[in-house]
Design a binder for this molecule. Sequence first.
Ligand code: ATP
Ligand code: MG
Length: 331
Amino acid sequence: MIIKSIKLQNFRSHELYSLKMGDKTTQILGENGWGKTSILEAIYIALTGKSFRAVDREIVRRGADFYRIELGLTDGEKVAVAYDLERQNRTFLVKCSKFGRLPKKYKYPVVLFLPDDLHLVSSSPASRRGYFDKFLAQLSPGFSSTLSRYNKALKQRNELLKEASVSPDSLFSWDVMLAKYGCEIRKARKELVQQLNKRLTEVYRGIAKNEDEISISYESYIDDVDESKYLKLLTLDFERDRALGHTNFGVHKDSFEFVFNKSVADGSASRGEVRSLVIALKFIEAEMLEKELGKKPLVLLDDVFSELDEARQEALVSNFKDNQIILTSVG
Ligand SMILES: Nc1ncnc2c1ncn2[C@@H]1O[C@H](COP(=O)(O)OP(=O)(O)OP(=O)(O)O)[C@@H](O)[C@H]1O
Ligand SMILES: [Mg+2]
């Protein structure tokens, strides 16, 4: 167990909210729209440093000018997060010190299971990219900043591409950045998929009780391309990019697919198979996070329990028997 209590102020629909956690598992019940996911979101921000679904100004309760999260931890410490809407300024307060970003040593691994994750196999390539990128952000602290630098450079380059006077020279400094960060992103994604694939089939079989073979395929636009080749490919695409008004080459187009018995599982996998696969992914995420960060992850289950049959519910509970679990249900 890691969290003992939570207090929220002006956090989305919650003007004031407080809860003491159960010893191992805490269930949060509420009607649709009551604010259950928001409570998990607040915990996620305080432990990982970032929301999984929004930016701070959208989180502040409408009409208010700040939000505050306070977690009481089992070691007697507190973590507080305060956001000032007018100054657009977020502060983390841990062990009596203030930080603009949550320092790595105070981050705590979280395995988050959202209802949308159950559609991961057939959802859009962008949502699958987002899923694996969020996981990478927790695993390696530098990944988020690399990704946000890449996205900023991409945005600037795309804006320039819409200007009549655009030339390869005017794009060059952005191309250099895209090549640098793009190669880093690709390397991290590729290594992640290799790690996940080492365990996926075995863990999946334990849940699905069959002999299927499962893997993730990661198709990057820049397979075996180093920084200078990446840069060359970007410049070669200049005319096409100008005609279309955006950058067509790069890791923002990468795709992750799930492969069941050697064929891509888009619409073909059954609901049960997809659920087993997503649960297997969560188990491996927990293993990897624990190994990397040396702490037993907190497990947040948002409204997913009711979506699972008894066997899969049991698999979840028994696998996470030593983790603190906070789950929400409609009721
Ligand atoms: N900044 C905000 N200020 C006030 N209310 C907000 C804000 N952001 C979201 N809300 C409200 O919070 C509610 C959604 O909260 P949340 O997603 O946590 O609910 P939920 O209990 O998880 O719902 P569901 O069961 O449908 O998933 C909605 O009613 C939404 O209008
Ligand atoms: Mg919800």
